[in-house]
Design a protein around this ligand. Structure first.
Ligand code: 0A1
Ligand code: ZN
Length: 865
C-alpha cells in the first residue's frame, strides 16, 4: 500500500454567503442530439456574453464529460487552448460576446444514477435538477443563468417514434436511413435544470385546455400504450390545476403545448421541466384495480405541484440552490390548498400535519437539521428535504394567515409581477409579502434562518373573582447543528376559549407570540374555559399545555376546528400511551369513550372520523419520549389497539358492514367511506375476534378496488394467520407483472408489524423481483422498512445492517437514492446505548467504503456527529 496516497478528499462545502453573480451569461443555446442508448452525440452551441467588466475565464461545468471538439466563433480550438478542472471546461475568451460550441458523447444506457440523459424501459429521458445538465453537455450549471433554448433531436424512428423537448414543436422530418428528427423551441429563458427531452415509443392521452385569455393549449400525457387507460385521473388533475391556478392566483399557462411523460425509473416524484414534465410513473398511472385512494390523491397532488411550478419555479426561479424553498415551499403550499379545494380541507390539513410530524419534525430534531434556507451543503441533492418542502410550505401558510386572503394575493401578485423572468431569493418573496401585504415581517424572517421545531408551553389560569383568564405562552427553539443559541420567533397561534357548559366559544383569535414569554388576558369568564390552541395547526410548533384528560375529551367532542378536534383526540391517546410506556396504569377508558363518541356522531364526515380514531404512529410516540423504547412503544400501542377493538367490537362490525359500497366511485364521500371501513376492519382484527382474519380475507378477495384490497392485506400481514400467507401469494400472482403494484407487495411486508419482519425483509432483498436499479422498488422495501420503527430497531441490530448493506450496494449505482436511506440510521442519539452503538457502527462501516459518493458521505458524516 502506498503510505503517501492522499486520503479521500473531503467534499467541498458550498456556502450561501459565497454567492457571486455569474461571470458569463448564456442568453441562447442550440442543442443537437444524435440519440442512441449506447452512444449519443451532443453538440451544444452557446452564445456567451461577459457579465460585467472582468477578465475571468469562461467555466462550463461538466460531470464525466470529455470534449471531442471545442470551437469558439466557428474556429476549432487546439487542445492547448482549453483545459478541464474538476470536470469543468475552462476557456479564455477575448471579447464581450462569443459563440462557444462543444461536442461530447454519452452512453445513456449505462447511466445508473438517473441524472442527466438516461434510459428507462426502452425510453431515453433526462433529469437535470439540480446538477444533471452538466452530465449532458458543458454548461454553466447554476439556476441564475437563464437561456432561450432550441433543441434538435435525431433518432431511429422505429425505436423512438416520439421525440419531445421543452417548449413548442417547430418542425419534424424523416431521414433516408430509417431515422427521423424533430426540432423544439422554448421561447422562455430558463435555467438549465429545467431542460428536458424524451425519446421513445409512447402513446398519448391527448386533450386540451382553453386558458382564461382564450388560448387553446394542447395537453398530452405520454405513456406506454398499455398504460393509456390509467392516465384519465392525471389528465383531469392537470385540467383542474390549470383552472385553479387561474382562479386562485391569476396565473395562466404560457406555451401552446403542455406534455407529461411517465417513466418507470426516477429518483424523486416528478420534475417540472418547462412544458415537458417528467414523472415517476407512480404519480401518473391510476385505476381502481391497482391504485389506492392515497395513490389517486398522490397523482392529483403531484400533477398539480409540477404544473404550479410553471409560475412558482419556472417563470420565477431560484437564484441559487440555497433558495430552493422559494420554489418548493411555495409550490407545496399551493398544491396542498389545491388538493384541499378538490376534497376536504379538514382531512387534507390533518394529513399534511401528519406528514410534517412524521417526516420533518424528526429531521429538525436530529443531526441533519437545517434551516428552510440552508447556510451550506456538500451535495445539493441531499437538500430536497421535508424541511425545504413541508416546513417551507408552513412558512408560506403562516404568512398567508397573518396577511389574510386579499393581502396575501396582493403579495403574490407583486412577487410574480416583480420577478417574472428572474432568478429570485427567499428574501425577495418575503419582501413582496411585506410590500404587497403591508406587514412587517422582520422577526418572521427568523423562520428561514433558525432550524429546529419551536416548543410552546401554554398555561391557562382563571380567576373567578376578577373573571379574568390569563394565557401564559413561553417559547423555546432547541439547539441544532451549528446553531447553539436561538432567538424568539414570531409564532402565529389561533386560539379559542371554550365554555365547558355550553360547548361553544366567543370566537377564534390570532395571537402573535413574539417574545420568549408573553401573557394574554381575556376578560369576563365566569367559569374556567378550556383552551383550544394552534387551531388549524396555525404554526409548525410543538405545543405543551396543562390541559387535563377531561379537557381533551371535551375538545375531542366539541371543538369546531376540525384539526384541533383531531389533535385533542391524538393528545388524549398520546397521554395514555406515554403513561403506559412509562409503566403507569393510565386509564384507557377516556380514549375508548372518545372513539365511541366520534364513531357514533352522525354529523361527522367519515373521512374525518377515520383520521380522528387512528392511534398515533409508533414513531410519533417515540418523538414524545426522552429515549425511544421501540419494544415498549409497540407493546403499549398494540395493547391499546386490542382494547379499543374488543371494547367496541359490535360497533366495528356495524361500521365495517354498513360501509360496504355497491360499486366503485372516486367521490370524496366514497373515499371517506373506504377509509373508515378500513379503519374498522383494522380494529376488528386487532380485537382478536376469532373471525377477524376471515373477515379481512373476505374483504381482500371480494374488493373491487385496491384501497380495500391493500388495507385488508396490510391488516393480515401484521398477524400470523394462515390467511396472511394465502393473501400474499394471491396478491403476488395477480400483480407480479405490474411493477407499481408489485411494489405494494414488497412495501406491505416491510411495513408489517410482524415478529419476523426483519428476516422477511432480508429474504425479500434476495427475491428475484427485487432490484437495486429501480428506485421505487428500493424505497418499497428498504425505505418502508426503515420507517417501521419496531422492526427496523430490532434489538439485534440486524435491521441497521440490512439498510447499511443496501446503502453500500446502491451507492455505486445510484448515490442519490442511496443517500436518502441514511437518515434513519442517524437517529441513534434518541435510542439506548446498545442500539446507538450498533447504528453508529453501521454509519462508520458505510463511511469506510472506498470511493463512497459525495451524497452518502455527507449524510453519513453528519449523522455521526
Ligand atoms: N423539483 C422537483 C423535485 C426533484 C428534484 C430532483 C430530481 O432529480 C433527481 C427530481 C425531482 C419537484 O419538486 O417536484
Ligand atoms: Zn417541487
Amino acid at each position: 500500500m502506498d503510505m503517501h496516497a492522499p486520503a479521500a478528499a473531503a467534499p467541498a462545502i458550498i456556502r450561501r454567503t459565497d454567492y457571486r453573480a455569474p461571470d458569463w451569461l448564456v442568453p441562447d443555446v442550440a442543442l443537437h442530439f444524435d440519440l442512441d442508448p449506447a452512444l449519443t452525440k451532443v453538440r451544444a452551441r452557446l452564445s456567451v456574453t461577459r457579465n460585467g467588466d472582468h477578465d475571468r475565464l469562461l467555466r462550463l461545468d461538466g460531470d464525466g464529460l470529455v470534449p471531442l471538439e471545442v470551437k469558439v466563433d466557428g474556429r476549432l480550438l487546439a487542445q492547448s487552448e482549453w483545459h478541464l478542472e474538476a470536470g469543468a471546461l475552462i476557456i479564455a475568451l477575448a471579447d464581450v460576446a462569443h459563440e462557444v460550441e462543444t461536442l461530447v458523447e454519452l452512453a445513456p444506457k449505462s447511466n445508473s444514477k438517473l441524472m442527466g440523459l438516461y434510459a428507462s424501459g426502452g425510453l431515453l429521458c433526462t433529469q437535470c435538477e439540480a446538477e444533471g445538465f452538466r452530465r449532458i453537455t458543458f454548461f454553466p450549471d447554476r439556476p441564475d443563468i437563464l437561456s432561450r433554448c432550441r433543441v434538435h433531436m435525431v433518432a431511429d424512428k422505429a425505436r423512438f417514434p416520439i421525440l419531445l423537448a421543452n417548449g413548442d414543436p417547430i418542425e419534424q422530418g424523416d431521414e433516408a436511413d430509417g431515422r427521423h428528427w424533430a426540432t423544439w423551441n422554448d421561447p422562455y429563458p430558463k435555467p438549465c435544470y429545467l431542460f428536458a427531452l424524451v425519446a421513445g415509443d409512447l402513446a398519448c392521452n391527448a386533450d386540451h385546455f382553453v386558458t382564461m385569455s382564450g388560448r387553446d393549449v394542447q395537453l398530452g400525457i405520454w405513456v406506454k400504450e398499455a398504460d393509456l387507460p390509467r392516465t384519465a385521473h392525471a389528465m383531469q388533475a392537470l385540467k383542474d390545476s390549470m383552472a385553479w391556478d387561474e382562479r386562485v392566483y391569476g396565473r395562466e399557462y404560457d406555451l401552446d403545448v403542455f406534455n407529461i411523460v411517465a417513466v418507470a425509473d426516477f429518483n424523486f416524484g416528478a420534475m417540472e421541466n418547462k412544458g415537458l414534465n417528467i414523472f415517476n410513473s407512480r404519480y401518473i398511472l391510476a385505476d381502481p384495480e391497482t391504485a389506492t385512494d392515497i395513490d389517486y390523491d398522490g397523482v392529483e397532488g403531484v400533477v398539480a405541484h409540477e404544473y404550479f411550478h410553471n409560475w412558482s419555479g419556472n417563470r420565477v426561479t431560484c437564484r441559487d440552490w440555497f433558495q430552493l424553498s422559494l420554489k418548493e415551499g411555495f409550490t407545496v403550499f399551493r398544491d396542498q390548498n389545491f388538493s384541499a379545494d378538490m376534497g376536504s380541507h379538514a382531512v387534507k390539513r390533518i394529513e399534511d400535519v401528519r406528514i410534517l410530524r412524521d417526516g420533518q419534525f424528526p429531521e429538525d430534531s436530529g443531526p441533519l437539521a437545517h434551516p428552510v434556507r440552508p447556510e451550506s451543503y456538500m451535495e445539493i441533492s441531499n437538500f430536497y428535504t421535508a424541511t425545504i418542502y413541508n416546513k417551507g410550505a408552513e412558512l408560506i401558510r403562516m404568512m398567508a394567515l397573518m396577511l389574510g386572503p386579499e393581502r396575501f394575493r396582493a403579495g403574490t401578485d407583486l412577487y410574480f409581477a416583480r420577478h417574472d423572468g428572474q432568478a429570485a431569493t427567499c428574501e425577495d418573496f418575503v419582501r413582496a409579502m411585506e410590500e404587497g401585504g403591508e406587514i412587517d415581517l422582520s422577526q418572521f424572517r427568523l423562520w428561514y434562518e433558525q432550524a429546529g421545531t419551536p416548543r410552546v408551553r401554554a398555561l391557562l389560569s382563571h380567576d373567578p373573582v376578577t373573571r379574568q383568564v390569563e394565557l401564559t405562552l413561553e417559547q423555546s427553539v432547541p439547539p441544532t447543528p451549528g446553531q447553539p443559541e436561538k432567538q424568539p420567533m414570531a409564532i402565529p397561534l389561533r386560539v379559542a376559549l371554550f365554555d365547558p357548559e355550553s360547548g361553544t366559544h366567543h370566537g377564534d383569535e390570532l395571537l402573535m407570540l413574539t417574545q420568549a414569554e408573553q401573557r394574554f388576558s381575556f376578560p369576563d369568564f365566569a367559569t374556567a374555559p378550556i383552551l383550544s390552541i394552534n387551531r388549524g395547526f396555525s404554526a409548525p410548533v410543538i405545543v405543551d399545555t396543562n390541559r387535563s384528560q377531561g379537557d381533551l375529551a371535551f375538545l375531542s367532542a366539541h371543538d369546531d376546528d376540525p384539526f384541533a378536534r383531531y389533535e385533542a383526540m391524538q393528545q388524549l391517546m398520546v397521554n395514555v400511551l406515554v403513561g403506559r410506556i412509562g409503566g403507569q396504569t393510565a386509564d384507557e377508558g377516556a380514549v375508548i369513550d372518545a372513539i365511541r363518541q366520534t364513531l357514533t356522531d352522525p354529523t361527522l364526515d367519515p373521512a374525518f372520523v377515520a383520521e380522528a380514531i387512528r392511534l398515533p404512529s409508533e414513531a410519533y410516540l417515540g418523538d414524545q419520549m426522552r429515549q425511544v423504547d421501540p419494544d415498549a412503544i409497540h407493546a403499549a400501542r398494540e395493547a391499546l389497539q386490542r382494547s379499543i377493538g374488543a371494547e367496541l367490537e359490535p360497533l366495528w362490525r356495524d361500521v365495517h358492514a354498513g360501509l360496504k359500497a355497491n360499486g366503485f366511485a372516486l367521490s370524496p364521500a366514497a373515499k371517506g367511506a373506504r377509509k373508515l371501513r378500513n379503519a374498522a376492519l383494522h380494529y376488528l382484527v386487532a380485537s382478536g375476534a376469532a373471525d377477524g382474519p376471515a373477515i379481512a380475507f373476505d374483504q381482500f378477495s371480494s374488493a373491487d378496488n385496491m384501497t380495500e384490497r391493500q388495507a385488508a392485506l396490510g391488516t393480515l400481514a401484521n398477524g400470523v394467520s394462515p390467511e396472511r400467507v394465502a393473501a400474499l401469494d394471491i396478491f403476488y400472482n395477480r400483480y407480479s407483472a405490474d411493477a407499481l403494484t408489485l411494489d405494494k407487495w414488497f412495501q406491505t411486508q416491510a411495513f408489517a408489524f410482524h415478529p419476523d419482519t426483519v428476516d422477511l425483509v432480508e429474504e425479500l432483498g434476495r427475491h428475484k423481483d427485487f432490484t437495486l436499479s429501480n428506485p421505487n422498488r428500493v424505497r418499497a422495501l428498504y425505505g418502508a422498512f426503515s420507517g417501521n420503527q419496531w422492526a427496523f430497531h430490532h434489538r439485534s441490530g440486524k435491521g441497521y445492517r440490512l439498510v447499511a448493506d443496501c446503502i453500500i450496494a446502491l451507492d455505486g449505482l445510484n448515490p442519490q437514492t442511496a443517500a436518502r436511506l441514511v437518515p434513519p440510521l442517524g437517529r441513534w442519539k434518541r435510542f439506548d446505548t446498545e442500539r446507538a452503538a450498533l447504528m453508529q457502527a453501521e454509519l462508520r462501516r458505510i463511511l469506510a467504503q472506498p470511493g463512497l459518493s459525495k451524497d452518502v458521505t455527507e449524510q453519513a458524516r453528519k449523522s455521526l456527529d
